[in-house]
Design a binder for this molecule. Structure first.
Ligand SMILES: NC(=O)c1ccc[n+]([C@@H]2O[C@H](COP(=O)([O-])OP(=O)(O)OC[C@H]3O[C@@H](n4cnc5c(N)ncnc54)[C@H](OP(=O)(O)O)[C@@H]3O)[C@@H](O)[C@H]2O)c1
Length: 233
């Protein structure tokens, strides 16, 4: 699990119960993310630096074969970064920061891990995208950097899926929308969400794993919602 945010930690907790035989690894920029099940190994990774990704590869080299990688890292806001409501608020620095985590991060993660991937075992590489990254579904506008970075991630990982289909035919690459989930990422924007449409991290994690469990390599390279429905690009 890459990214120790709300959904990342909930995915680890769910997997610890669902697949007790799996060795779980979580990456985070914090040395010890809160509320983590104890049998999880935590590695320090910042997706925005190549050195950190190389360090991840080295830490995992020689370990058990990777069966499931989920990139749960994402950036929508920070104390000095707010999603744009209009063109005048767009900043080059914010676009670059958003793309570094939301778009380039998952692809460069795949590149760093590729030498460790099993060729003879089914394998999932999933990354959390967002429905707002769908160009076909964009009716509201706003959030330029986040929307565009998620759309770029979708293209990058769809392209990766086509490459791996030839070289790693048992790999399944998936882009996943978790649904609006009560985490720090959505915190400032939850006011307009009806309670029944705001998932707890545990519910979101469980739904995502239910979808992933059903996906096969033939379906690699698609964009899925939390309920297993495809989302238009
Ligand atoms: N919550 C929602 O409603 C919602 C809706 C649609 C899509 N999503 C997507 O779901 C994913 C998970 O979000 P969340 O709701 O769990 O948000 P969150 O609690 O804010 O977690 C996001 C995590 O991303 C990690 N991250 C940020 N920058 C990073 C970097 N440079 N390198 C490595 N990790 C980095 C951080 O983990 P560490 O601090 O541990 O490093 C952070 O805790 C994101 O991709 C988000 O875009 C969420």
């Amino acid at each position: 699990m890459v990214g120790g945010g709300g959904i990342g930690r909930a995915l680890v907790a769910d997997l610890a119960e669902r697949a007790p035989a799996l060795e779980l690894v979580m990456t985070s920029r914090s040395p010890q993310p809160p509320d983590l099940a104890t049998r999880v190994r935590v590695l320090a990774v910042d997706l925005a630096t190549d050195q950190s990704l190389l360090g991840l590869r080295e830490s995992l080299t020689g370990g058990a074969p990777l069966r499931l990688v989920v990139c749960c890292a994402g950036l929508l806001h920070a104390p000095d970064l707010q999603p744009e409501k209009r063109l005048a608020q767009v900043r080059r620095s914010a676009l670059e920061r958003s793309f570094a985590v939301n778009a380039f991060g998952p692809l460069l993660l795949a590149q760093a891990l590729e030498p460790l991937l099993p060729r003879d075992l089914p394998f999932h590489f999933a990354s959390l995208s967002a429905r707002v990254g769908s160009i076909g579904d964009n009716r509201l506008g706003g959030w330029y950097a986040y929307r565009a970075a998620k759309a770029a991630q979708n293209q990058l990982l769809h392209t990766l899926a086509l490459e791996w289909r030839r070289r790693l035919p048992l790999a399944c690459v998936s882009l996943m929308h978790p649904g609006t989930t009560a985490t720090s990422l959505s915190g400032p924007f939850q006011g307009s969400v009806p309670p029944e449409r705001l998932f707890s991290p545990r519910r979101a994690a469980s739904q995502l794993l239910d979808v992933l469990e059903r996906l096969t390599p033939e379906q690699s390279g698609q964009f899925w919602a939390w309920d297993g429905q495809p989302i238009p690009w």
